[in-house]
Design a protein around this ligand. Sequence first.
Ligand code: FMN
Length: 191
Amino acid sequence: MSIKIANTQYDVIDLIKNRWSPRSFSTKDISAATLETILEAGSWAPSANNTQPWRFIYALRGTPGFDKLLATLAQGNQPWAKNAAALVATVGIRETPDTQQKNHYFMHDVGMATSFMLLQALNMEIYAHVMAGFNKQQFAETAGLGANEEAVSIVALGYIDSAEKLEEPYKTRELTARSRNPIATIAAHLD
Ligand SMILES: Cc1cc2nc3c(=O)[nH]c(=O)nc-3n(C[C@H](O)[C@H](O)[C@H](O)COP(=O)(O)O)c2cc1C
């Protein structure tokens, strides 16, 4: 299997260095309890005023719900995401129910929760691949989202498998080294 450890400039923690977004998932299942552990990790992310403007809609492989989520994915995502052990849709809540005010940070906070889930998952040797490539309208109808809710991403989760199992162009992508913009280009010290 491919391991794509980040080549960092500084001593970043292993969980972050080792995380990446694979497309080759093994046939090993994720238990319901393991998936709920990942979801709970997401729920412990910080959010503006602790509004927790998120909902997670998930399904395990081999269930009707999984096929429904899979059907919403873009053509480029379905061929490999079908092998994930679980799919988790992250949903944002646009207005805070208590105040009925627009929550300007809901997307930010859903992303925070998603990050926590990814790191919790990897700590249990489960890899994740976030996707924005899905039909949001179809998903909203499938999941019965409310007017105040917006689909943000669908995350494929599973134990990793060999790149050799993938067709092109996915195989090449699986084997391509990861890269990031250098710190000097994204961070600036304010004098
Ligand atoms: C919001 C978001 C949307 C993404 N959408 C897709 C997608 O639809 N299909 C896909 O193959 N990868 C998708 N990705 C994965 C990114 O391409 C990937 O995270 C990026 O190339 C960095 O690679 P790494 O996660 O392996 O470090 C998405 C990632 C994020 C955070």
